[in-house]
Structure formats: C-alpha cells, structure tokens
Design a protein around this ligand. Structure first.
Ligand SMILES: Cc1ncc(COP(=O)(O)O)c(C=O)c1O
Length: 361
C-alpha cells in the first residue's frame, strides 16, 4: 500500500447531500423532494439547455481553455478587464487553486465556524492550519475575532457572505471596516456564491473594492441562481496580478465546454434570474410563517436556504423526513445539532417540506 501524505491523515471526505435517486432506491419512494444542496428549484434557463444541445455537435473538441466568450461577457457586465477573471470547475476548484497558489506549509488561514467546509479542506491539503472562529450569538461571522486571530503566519481569510450554513450576511460597512484593518500581505477571499439572491441594500458591492484593494478575490458561481450546479462552473474576480498567479496553477481545460456555453446563455437570461429571486423570496416568507406557526426558531436568511431549530436531534428528524420523501441537511456536521438547513424550494416543494416536518415533529 502506498503511503498517503501525512497531512490528509485526519481529513474527512466531503459529505454531499443525498441524491434523489439514492433515496428513491433505498426507501422505495417515487416522489422525492431535495432541499439539501442549495440548488435552484426552477432548474436552469431554457436558453442554457438549448446552448448545451447545440454544443453537443462539438463534443470531440477540447474546451476553450481561456473561456474567452464568457470572460468577455462578464468583463463587460462588471465593467472590468477580461484579465481580471479566472474560471474553474465550480468555485470548489477555485478554492483549491487559491490554496495551491498561496499556502505554504505551516501557513495559517482563518474562517468562521460553522462556515463552508471546503476552506478547511483546501488549507489542510496544502499543509496549512486553519483557525475556525465561532460565529457571533446572532450566527454571523465575527470579523473582530477574525482580526484577533491574525498572526505572522496568516495567509488567507475566508469570508463566506452569505455564510453557508447560517445564511447571514456581513454588510458593506462591516466589510470595509474589516478590510481597512487587514495587512496587505494577507489575502481575503470574499466567497459570494449566493450573491444574486441577496436582496438587501446593505450587502457589499465587492467589485467596487477591487479599485482599492490588491489583496481580495471575489468568488461567484453559476451553480446557485443560474442553476448549473451539475456542469461545474464558477469564477474568481481579482486584480490582474493575482489572477496571473492563479493561472499558473490552474489546469489547461479546467472549465468544460458545455459549462462555458451554458453559463454564457444563462448570463444572458436575466429574466430567469429575476424569476428565481421571486420564487426564493416568496418561498422564504412562506417558510418563515410556517416555522413561526410551529413555534420554531429560524435564522433570517439572505441566500436560498434557511436554518431552523427543530428542538431535537436533527439527525433523527433528517432521517424521518427522508422516509417522507424530503431530503434536507442535518446540522450535526456544523455542530448545530438541533438545526436543519433547508434549501428554499418551489411552492409545492416548500409545502411538502412543511407537511412532512409537521408530521415528524
Ligand atoms: C459558500 C459556498 N461556496 C462555494 C460553493 C461551491 O459551489 P460550486 O463549486 O458549485 O461553485 C458552495 C456550494 O454549496 C457554497 O455554499
């Protein structure tokens, strides 16, 4: 047996939400609703589907390793240079590229806890260590405590905004105050995977900060509101220098061709985005009201998912819900043992979830 690297000794594989087909097979169910992985319940833009069908004619060819068309479209959308973007097989892959580009053995990174779990994995794979700073009492990233944990080894700070799993945001003003106090040899990664869902004037306009700070990378994805999670495509925005370093590490054809054409078509269908926001906002209000009627505490959410305290062991509630054909996330992996994280679905899915939850509680 070949010996694996020491650093991955205690690393746990990522635990994805259960797929629908597995639940159908295991439990003999036909109707299964998945509200576990913060996917878009409306699917994706029909224009993206058309683009993929058209693209199949060229399946034998390698993708455009530069993602030229998508790059140019985003550059004009944000009024930035095309060379300020980097693409990846999901932002997941970009997190890996960032870690491989910046983390030396023994370097430290800082994140909130609970927050998105991949920050820890990518740090530790590079022989770095991670400080996980507990959230504030209102389940928000504790940026002051982040600052208290900075030392000479600190290389990267991961700011998940909205924070997965709690759905809370930090505001424009808080982010600005924070960045002012960060030494410029520390990279701040602003993970905005749920950016398009946030309907709040206080949410940061991070792209504007690129003129002021050389040490930030903004992450966005086509997996969430654009509904292309299955194709794996996300992007980083930063200054040209930083992107150039990331490009040294990036694999040649890391963003696949179907994803590129679909993302471009999806980007050009902002009606779909608006519909998705509307369904999300209405679904959120429905869930809030239902939770209130049931006497359950929830965390006001800014993304497309909401955390609710079910008042008892959420692993059991998760299992009971599975038997009712509803897949959610139990909070144990986030050390929030009585909580469920629920993706906001279509009206029908939300009703199915609430009915199932009422019957299992
Ligand atoms: C905060 C956050 N960042 C990044 C990702 C990864 O997204 P993707 O790799 O699909 O772009 C997710 C997915 O759930 C997420 O919640």
């Amino acid at each position: 047996m070949v010996k694996h690297r020491k650093t991955i000794e205690n690393l746990e594989p990522y635990r994805p939400g259960k797929p629908i087909s597995e639940v159908q097979r295991e439990l003999g169910l036909t109707d299964v609703v998945k509200l576990a992985s913060n996917e878009n319940p409306l699917g994706c833009s029909p224009k993206a589907v058309e683009a993929i069908i058209e693209w199949t004619k060229g399946v034998a060819l390698y993708p455009d390793g530069n993602c030229t068309e998508l790059r140019n479209a985003l550059a004009s959308k944000f009024n930035l240079k095309p060379s300020q973007f980097l693409f990846g097989a999901g932002t997941d892959q970009i997190l890996e590229i960032i870690a491989q580009t910046f983390i030396n053995p023994g370097d430290q990174t800082i994140t909130g806890w609970p927050s998105f779990s991949r920050y820890e994995a990518v740090t530790r794979i590079m022989d770095g260590t991670i400080v996980k700073v507990p959230l504030t009492d209102d389940y928000r990233l504790d940026l002051d405590a982040f600052l208290d944990n900075i030392n000479d080894n600190t290389r990267i700070i991961w700011v998940c905004n909205p924070n997965n799993p709690t759905g809370t945001i930090i505001t424009e003003q808080e982010q600005r105050e924070f960045l002012k106090r960060i030494p410029d040899n520390i990279l701040v990664v602003l993970d905005e995977a749920y950016y398009e869902y946030v309907q709040n004037p206080d949410y940061p306009k991070s792209v504007e900060l690129l003129n002021e700070y050389d040490n930030i990378i903004i992450l966005r994805t086509f997996s969430k509101i654009y509904g292309l999670a299955g194709l794996r495509i996300g992007y980083a925005i930063s200054n040209e220098n930083t992107i150039e370093y990331l490009n040294r590490v990036r694999g040649p054809f890391n963003a696949n061709a179907a994803a590129q054409v679909a993302a471009l078509a999806a980007l050009n269908d902002q009606d779909f985005v608006r519909d998705s926001i509307k369904v999300n906002q209405e679904g959120k209000q429905y869930l809030y009201k239902a939770f209130e009627d049931m006497g359950l505490e929830y965390i006001p959410a800014y993304g497309n998912f909401v955390m609710v305290d079910v008042g008892k062991d959420s692993v059991q509630v998760f299992k009971d819900l599975l038997h009712k054909g509803v897949i959610v996330r139990s909070g144990d992996i986030f050390n929030m043992d009585n909580w469920l994280r629920i993706t906001i679905g279509t009206p029908e899915q939300n009703t199915a979830l609430i009915n199932a939850l009422k019957s299992v509680l």
